[in-house]
Design a protein. Structure first.
Length: 221
């Protein structure tokens, strides 16, 4: 999800890479779950996020839709996001009775890096420390790579960049064409290729993703 804002107002003004130390460690959050409440549609799922969660829960896109995820327009394209419940404080559907994340090992990338955010530039990205999002004032320094806690980290970083810039290019191409029928078709294919069509748990996720990405590019870019 793109945000047009002054970095100096939302961050400490620095750009962080994987080997940098950043004051982001909330030390287990200590019973705080503020960032798991009332997040609206902001926890957008990329294909890897959905793959991890759906395989952990052993649920398909269709069975998760409406009860655990929902569809919304993100930068001109329809993408899934985690759903918030309609109860008091609107907690995430995966927040349990103890105010802890029930899918924590498989949580989405946005949740995984918080309170960091991503700054995309020049076909790559760096991290920023969001200074107004987390109320914990006693954070500790930690290496960015350790905080992200993601297997196959270098491959994961490339995937994140490729997915972001693919969506950006796809949106720009569709806008330039101005064809509503083409936009509708591309949106449906995007959901079908990357979310609805099951991924095999016996094959490497990234291999499957890049095959689908190549197919989608041939059709629309």
């Amino acid at each position: 999800m793109r945000r047009d804002c002054d970095l100096n107002k939302i961050s400490d003004g620095k750009r962080y890479l994987l080997n940098d130390m950043v004051k982001a460690d909330c030390n287990g959050c200590k019973d705080c779950s503020v960032c798991c409440h009332d997040m609206g549609t902001s926890i957008v799922l990329d294909p890897l996020d959905f793959y991890r969660i759906s395989h952990f829960l052993n649920r398909s896109f269709e069975t998760m839709l409406d009860s655990q995820i929902e569809l919304n327009i993100v930068d001109g394209l329809i993408l899934p996001n985690l759903k918030m419940t309609e109860t008091l404080n609107k907690p995430c559907v995966f927040l349990n009775d103890s105010n802890r994340c029930s899918i924590h090992p498989y949580r989405p990338g946005i949740c995984r890096i918080f309170p960091l955010g991503r700054l995309y530039e020049n076909n790559s990205f760096s991290y920023i420390l969001q200074v107004n999002e987390c109320p914990n004032e006693q954070k500790s320094k930690i290496k960015v790579s350790k905080w992200i806690d993601t297997p196959d980290l270098n491959q994961n970083q490339q995937f994140i960049a490729d997915w972001h810039f693919f969506l950006k290019e796809l949106h720009e191409r569709l806008l330039a064409q101005g064809n509503e029928e083409c936009i509708k078709k591309a949106t449906m294919q995007l959901l079908q290729f990357f979310y609805i069509e099951p991924y095999s748990s016996e094959e490497d996720f990234y291999t499957q993703f890049y095959m689908r990405l190549l197919h989608m590019k041939k059709l629309f870019i």
